[in-house]
Design a binder for this molecule. Sequence first.
Ligand SMILES: [Zn+2]
Length: 201
Amino acid sequence: MRSLFCAALLSVTVVFLTGCASTRGVGRFHTVVLDAGHGGIDRGAKGVDGSTEKKYALDTAKRVERGLKRAGYRVVMTRKGDYFITLPSRVAISNRRSGAVFVSIHYNWARRSSASGTETFYYNLKSYPLAANIQRELARFTGNRGVKRSRFHVLRNNARPSALVECGFLSNSSDARKARSSSYRQRVAGAIVRGIVKSSR
Ligand SMILES: [Zn+2]
């Protein structure tokens, strides 16, 4: 996917070419803005087992926070509890921090109950390495749906390199069972931490 992506942009601009050449990282950063999806009245996806996305997203984000702090990063959480925060507020928290990257954490839902696995989204080219590094780590132990471009509000309006991670489908009974286990959420968090750390170069 990466080489195809670069090939498609070969004739665009030198800036884009430089971006492609350094897909391993997004440059040095010391601060990570972690965004646990949904919260409060916005519960997010509802699992086949009655679980809620907002709860798993926050739990996973807190695990990522612990891992990043241990690795020496500064972490800013867009929400620390079960309360509502607007999408523009989430982006504003990110855009206020220079030298930061932004990672939003979600669990997925699809009408088709067979849909399963993890996927990571990005919007602009400077964010691609961050998304790709995170998804590469997740792909080691989850169904890999790949790295995808999306116009999600928190990505499109973000001035920082930013990625949105979907950690599994709550509409799929097997994924939902995994999401319910704290050891799965810990493994997911570890993968996200490693992907972020690898992007810091
Ligand atoms: Zn979500």
